[in-house]
Design a protein around this ligand. Structure first.
Ligand code: PLP
Length: 394
């Protein structure tokens, strides 16, 4: 029998993928399943981006690029930071990676020694803890309380900082909660991080998906010291509907970016050349379609939010960004007789044919995550099914 390495034996497979697989299985058997598990926009990649990628191949750009990415793409990314955040990065402060996920993976690999701690607010994106552990680090969880919009307070942060704290993660807008930190909240958190020399990892992948009067603020734009203290993670996956292209990036401290580049030179060599050319067009071209996609998400959110909260036993903090709803369904479990949210979610899939992701994988066992990255028709049908399901069991 093959003995696998200890570090992968401890890996928990992604809960998101497990439910998605089960939903696919039911679909293949002919069941009319509605999947609300998706973590990707349902829009096509804009045509001009596809054309630029095709053109680059026809022009012969099908070879290796520098490990940190094409200078032309890094220039576009630097322009984006200047325009959107008002901050200036030199090209050697930016690395292009195979998706934001791999930017984070590489960052933890170059940052953490055995036993180093990374503070992760809950609810969290499923990959943070696993990536920290893969690098030998220890995730330290801080509960973003539901009555504080799932956000952590400066006091909570202070109370878990230790000698071993290397970094903390901020994900605003958040997957799975859709919540945003305000400039004031970020300032208070940032001051603590500066005082204790804690690196801030700011995952801003949902930056462009923000609704109503809410505004995305990057902690790095609040002061020059905070810029020094922060590594920004971002990418084109969610903003430009380019999840399959696998282009993300990290920006910040030159020495960290250089270390990540060295590691990339031995692991990925470079992000896919064609995808980099597409991404140049994504940033160089018109950004109008970003607003169209954003508007569509907002309309869906506003259409189904009241319907979700009308389901008996469902309460929900209204999301301010991203494309997820994260209702608390512990009361609904009680009235329907399910022992926990995992069992409730499984029954929802098998009996009501609606796939949602149980919150346990995000460190929030009372909630479920519903993605509204699907058509309004299907969303309304799905919410109706969930409502019926709960009614039928009370
Ligand atoms: N960060 C968060 C919070 C995400 O939700 C995701 C994707 O689901 C990523 C990072 C990774 O994005 P990418 O497709 O660029 O790897």
């Amino acid at each position: 029998e093959i003995q696998l390495a200890r570090r992968v034996k401890a890996l928990t497979p992604s809960s998101t993928l497990a439910i998605t697989a089960k939903a696919k299985e039911l679909k293949a058997e002919g069941y009319d399943v509605i999947g609300l598990g998706a973590g990707e926009p349902d829009f096509n990649t804009p045509q001009h981006i596809i054309q630029a990628a095709v053109q680059s191949m026809n022009d012969g750009h099908t070879k290796y690029t520098p490990s940190a990415g094409l200078p032309a793409l890094k220039k576009e990314i630097a322009n984006k930071f200047a325009k959107d955040q008002g901050i200036k990065y030199d090209l050697n402060e930016i690395i292009v990676t195979n998706g934001a996920k791999h930017a984070l993976y590489t960052l933890f690999q170059v940052l953490l020694d055995e036993g180093d701690e990374v503070i992760i607010p809950t609810p969290y994106w499923v990959s943070y803890p696993e990536q920290v552990k893969l690098a030998g680090g220890n995730p330290i969880y801080v509960e973003g309380k539901e009555n504080n919009q799932f956000k952590i307070t400066p006091e909570q942060l202070s109370s878990v900082i230790s000698e071993k704290t290397k970094a903390m993660i901020i994900n605003s807008p958040s997957n799975p909660t859709g919540m945003l930190y305000t400039a004031e909240e970020l300032k208070a958190i940032g001051e603590i991080c500066i005082a204790h020399g804690v690196l801030i990892i700011s995952d801003e992948i949902y930056e462009k998906l923000v609704y109503g009067e809410h505004k995305h603020v990057s902690i790095a734009e609040l002061s020059p010291q905070l810029k020094e203290q922060t590594i920004i993670i971002n990418g084109v996956s969610k903003s430009h509907s380019m999840t399959g292209w696998r282009i993300g990036y990290a920006a910040g401290n030159k020495a960290i970016i250089q270390a990540m580049t060295n590691l990339a030179s031995h692991s990925t060599s470079n992000p896919t050349t064609t995808a980099q050319y597409g991404s140049i067009a994504a940033y160089a071209g018109s950004q109008d379609m970003l607003n169209d996609m954003r508007d569509a998400f907002e309309q869906r959110l506003n259409t189904i939010f009241d319907k979700i909260t009308a389901i008996p036993g469902f309460t929900c903090v209204k999301p301010q960004g991203a494309f997820y709803l994260f209702p608390n369904v512990s009361k609904a479990c009680e009235i329907t007789g399910y022992s926990d949210v995992d069992a409730f979610s499984q029954a929802l899939l098998e009996e009501a044919m609606v796939a949602v992701i149980p919150g346990s994988g995000f460190g929030a066992p009372n909630n479920i995550r519903l993605s509204y990255a699907t058509s309004l028709d299907l969303l309304e049908k799905a919410v109706e099914r969930i409502h019926q399901f709960v009614e039928s069991k009370r």
